[in-house]
Design a protein around this ligand. Structure first.
Ligand SMILES: [Zn+2]
Length: 474
């Protein structure tokens, strides 16, 4: 067994803790390299292809002679020799990993783009992108960033997958319901592209963790669904000088823009948040999944453009998509000299209390979200007349006027989002409609905004059937 020293060039030193020379043992070059790969995990993928052959762009020297001129991997060693690993190197790519044959195949359709090429692909593989929220926008953004080979994707989301997410967040699937969104998204990426390292942060982003978390990444994609988080992410990116790709969606409308360090921020575009309750959430007002896919995909595209430095990004332009009318427009916006955060004389130099600033709560999150309870007519009847329990008829006004459950109030479902504040005064709200389907939606919306909501299962029809049974008993 011979002991030899092996010279490791810079592209591979990340596997040797930065060491330029390491020692390894073996009777032949092949055995020494095998020993080396055992000692330095991660090196094997660099040196060998899928069939166990040395990759074509790597030469191995014993002393000053390349092993192809000796006996290849079978070259015998007596001990004390110096082995050297010498990969092909193009100007400027030093320290960057070369593409493997399977990577060239995987990314071939984008590598042939002159704006991307091999150097662009290597940039993407070396890039670290944080996606805030694995929801309507984050899901498609994650899918396309991962498919394109962005090497490290961080996913921060403290929520769990709900069945009502699946129509617009195809990174999650039926079997993921109830699981952490960050982990569910990671499973998708892992099966899509083994080149991507996913770092999951299954937490709610707030002022205590945002700076540390974001500082580890090159760029942030904001897919958050509420104003406190939107301002928080913006402020943290300005303070850390990170590019931010922003988008938002509601009903059939989408917006997207890019904030580059020094060129303005979300506060330049919208200095103050809207009054609480004036802009409904997707849970309250609805959203169409394909539009979420479009806007999240635009975010992935803008992120890739920023990382590569190609094309004209949406920096200082707000893209507005009206999906119902089928048109999109861009509006210019500028950095404001009087911006509190990124202006000439900033007054804000740290993160603030975003819940207080926006006057709204971050939506309730995670496994402790109670959802809406489904009540049978018997269960519902037991609560009839209890103080604090409101019965809400979500059918149209005319149907309500023609007859309803005694004591019920009328809140037609299209008025629900504007009347949630009013319903918040109740200890509990029992929603009902004709057959219990519209009211189930209403109950879920109300529960999402923190109201103790339940649904009368089977609606008025079931209620009337049950009432006949109660009368017979009596
Ligand atoms: Zn600003």
């Amino acid at each position: 067994m011979a002991r030899v020293s092996v010279y490791v060039p810079t592209p591979y030193r990340k596997h040797t803790s930065g060491e330029a020379t390491v020692s390894a043992e073996g009777a032949t070059v092949g055995e020494v390299l095998a020993d080396l790969c055992t000692r330095q995990p991660g090196l094997e993928d660099e040196l060998f292809d899928g069939e166990g052959q040395l990759v074509g762009y790597l030469n191995v020297y014993v002393g000053e002679t390349e092993i192809r001129n000796l006996s290849g991997l079978e070259t015998e060693l007596s001990g004390g020799e110096e082995l050297a690993l010498i990969p092909a190197m193009a100007g400027g790519s030093q320290g960057m990993r070369l593409l493997t044959a399977s990577q060239v195949e995987r990314y071939s359709r984008q590598i042939i783009l002159p704006e991307l090429g091999m150097p662009g692909q290597r940039k993407l593989l070396a890039a670290k992108v944080l996606v805030v929220g694995a929801g309507g926008l984050g899901a498609p953004a994650i899918m396309y960033l991962a498919a394109a080979g962005v090497g490290t994707i961080g996913i921060v989301d403290g929520d769990v997958v709900d069945r009502s997410n699946l129509h617009r967040q195809p990174v999650h699937q039926e079997q993921d319901v109830g699981q952490a969104k960050a982990e569910s998204a990671k499973r998708f990426v892992t099966s899509l592209n083994p080149d991507v390292t996913v770092v999951t942060h299954p937490v709610v982003l707030d002022r205590t963790n945002a700076l540390e978390l974001i500082s580890a990444y090159d760029l942030v994609v904001n897919g958050s669904d509420n104003f406190p988080t939107r301002y928080l992410v913006n402020d943290a990116c300005v303070l850390l000088k990170k590019p931010l790709v922003d988008a938002s969606i509601l009903r059939f409308e989408g917006q997207a823009t890019v904030f580059l360090p020094g060129q303005g921020c979300y506060r330049c575009l919208f200095p103050t948040p809207p009054e609480p309750g004036t802009v409904p959430s997707c849970a309250e007002a609805g959203v169409i999944g394909a539009l979420a896919g479009q806007m999240g995909s635009i975010q992935a595209l803008e992120a890739i453009k920023v990382l590569l430095g190609v094309g004209e990004t949406l920096a200082n332009r707000l893209l507005v998509v009206d999906a119902l009318l089928g048109h999109s427009r861009t509006f210019r916006w500028q950095r404001r000299a009087d911006c509190a955060l990124c202006g000439d004389h900033p007054t804000q130099t740290d993160l603030i209390d975003y819940v207080a600033f926006c006057g709204s709560v971050m939506p309730r999150r995670g496994v402790d979200a109670p959802g809406a309870e489904e009540l049978s007519p018997d269960q519902a009847q037991a609560r009839l007349g209890s103080p604090g329990v409101w019965w809400v008829d979500v059918r149209p006004k005319a149907a309500y006027a023609a007859g309803t459950i005694p004591g019920a109030v009328s809140v037609p479902i299209d008025e629900l989002s504007s009347r949630l504040e009013e319903l918040r005064q109740a200890d509990q709200v029992v929603f009902f409609c004709e057959i219990g389907q519209k009211s189930q939606v209403a109950a879920l919306i109300a529960a999402d905004s923190g109201i103790a909501a339940s649904n009368l299962k089977g609606g008025l029809l079931a209620w009337q059937d049950a009432r006949l049974a109660w009368q017979e008993k009596a």
